[in-house]
Design a protein around this ligand. Structure first.
Ligand code: HEM
Length: 412
């Protein structure tokens, strides 16, 4: 009688499948969270993904909870201890940020700093930002930026005694400062057009896109993203390419101590149409920036530096108005340290101890970015739970006082 012959490849397949099955059985569970529906998961709870919504979910499910948004796993962390594990101990795994289809497209496929994945390119970009764009020397040399503050203070003091819309005023100020820091004064006349482009970018960044959660349903596009995204990026290309060309044609010596270089000038010192990045070496030889890099970094700075600072100023003023004793103390400290006949300089900050505490406390109570978004670059385990690869992780930084055992300050 013929014995039943099982071919060797079948044995191999069975062994591999058994191995994966056992690994899956041994795998830790996902963090707790609300039950979801088939396919869409917890997408009906999308409106609860604010820091306050997540804080109330945390009360029910704990300091680490799991939501399934379509095909994408999302973990929300509110416990400071777990946040520390993610952002410090496992920083190498959670260093990336999740990017939606809109963000990926509008950052020229993530060639900026905020959305570039952790690696040699991000490290060199960070070096460029620290050494060139945001260095102390650069901050001190931006006289043109201080002009914007003077203009705002003068315009406000003329209307002394009349009501003022503080939110509009400080948003206009921070926007003017960043605009001028990025482009210099050459193209100031195009500011209105740029604001329109920024507004469309803001809407596109926040627009709901079903394809981010269920990729095969990308053809359902009620917000018209498939046409709006290329139109918005083309508008930005037209605007910034013109500025880059103007900068390239003006004869300015980069690095000249006496010249008030803007960010485009600084980045053009690294410009080459074929971008390149090497590890190590001095910055000039390590990185070449393309036009797309320059545009994407400028948009990082525009989005990172405008609303955040405006929100911090507006909340600080609001809290001071609600706390007259604190307001009086800040005013007294400013009078003692700075006096009444000059403006505050960076060098004064060291002595403005109470004022600095007020700002820190305001940032604690009203963090301008209350939810920090990170993404796992590989499957891992946190606090005894399984975190799949590619999971957006949301650590949130506001309403900490509502969460038991939370410390103060921003959860990282
Ligand atoms: C009160 C003011 C500000 C606050 C509260 C703030 C807050 C933050 C936070 C929470 C992050 C993300 C950190 C993380 O994911 O772990 C971030 C990143 C970033 N911010 Fe700010 N920011 C402020 C001002 C600015 C300004 C003035 C600029 C630029 C001029 C800026 C540019 C950026 C950039 C480029 C990133 C991404 C950095 C990276 O990927 O490494 N921010 N900021």
């Amino acid at each position: 009688m013929d014995s039943l012959q099982i071919p060797i490849p079948v044995y191999a397949i069975i062994a591999i499948l058994t191995f994966f099955f056992l690994a899956w059985l041994r795998r830790k569970p996902l963090p707790p969270g609300p039950m979801g529906w088939p396919i869409i998961g917890n997408m009906l709870m999308m409106d609860q993904l604010t820091h306050r919504g997540l804080a109330s979910l945390a009360k029910k499910y704990g300091g680490i909870l799991h939501l399934k948004m379509g095909f994408s796993h999302t973990i929300a962390v509110s416990s400071p201890e777990i946040a520390r594990q993610i952002l410090q101990e496992k920083d190498n795994i959670f260093a990336n940020r999740p990017a939606t289809i809109a963000i990926t497209y509008l950052t020229y496929n993530r060639v900026d700093m905020a959305f570039a994945n952790y690696g040699p390119f991000w490290r060199q970009m960070r070096k460029l930002c620290v050494m060139k764009l945001f260095s102390r020397k650069r901050a001190e040399s931006w006289d043109s930026v201080r002009d914007e503050v003077d203009t705002m203070v003068k315009a406000t003091s003329i209307n002394s005694g009349l009501p003022v819309n503080l939110g509009e005023l400080v948003f206009g100020l921070t926007h003017d400062i960043i605009y001028r820091a990025a482009f210099g004064s050459i193209s100031h006349e195009g500011k209105e057009e740029f604001i329109r482009i920024l507004q469309e970018y803001t809407k596109l960044f926040g627009a709901f896109n079903l394809a981010d959660f269920i990729p095969m349903l990308g053809f359902i596009d009620p917000a018209g993203l498939n046409t709006r995204l290329p139109a918005a990026r083309a508008a930005l290309d037209g605007f910034i390419d013109k500025i880059i060309d103007e900068h390239l044609s003006k004869e300015k010596k980069i690095g000249d101590e006496n010249v008030d270089n803007d960010m485009v000038d600084e980045m053009l010192a690294f410009y080459s149409e074929d971008g390149r990045v090497n590890e190590g070496g001095d910055l000039q030889n390590a990185i070449n920036l393309t036009r797309d890099n320059i545009k994407a970094i400028i948009m990082d700075v525009m989005f990172g530096g405008t609303e955040t600072v405006a929100s911090a100023i507006e909340w600080t003023m609001t809290e001071l108005m609600h706390t007259p004793e604190a307001l009086k103390r800040v005013q007294q400290e400013l009078t003692n340290v700075v006096g009444l006949d000059r403006r505050v300089e960076e060098s004064d900050f060291e002595k403005l101890t109470y004022f600095k505490c007020v700002i820190k406390e305001t940032l604690r109570m009203h963090p301008p970015i209350p939810v920090l978004l990170h993404q796992s670059s590989e499957a891992t385990e946190v606090s005894g739970y399984h975190i799949p690869k590619g999971t957006p992780d949301e650590g949130f930084a506001a309403t900490l006082e509502e969460i038991p055992n939370s410390g103060t300050g921003i959860v990282h």
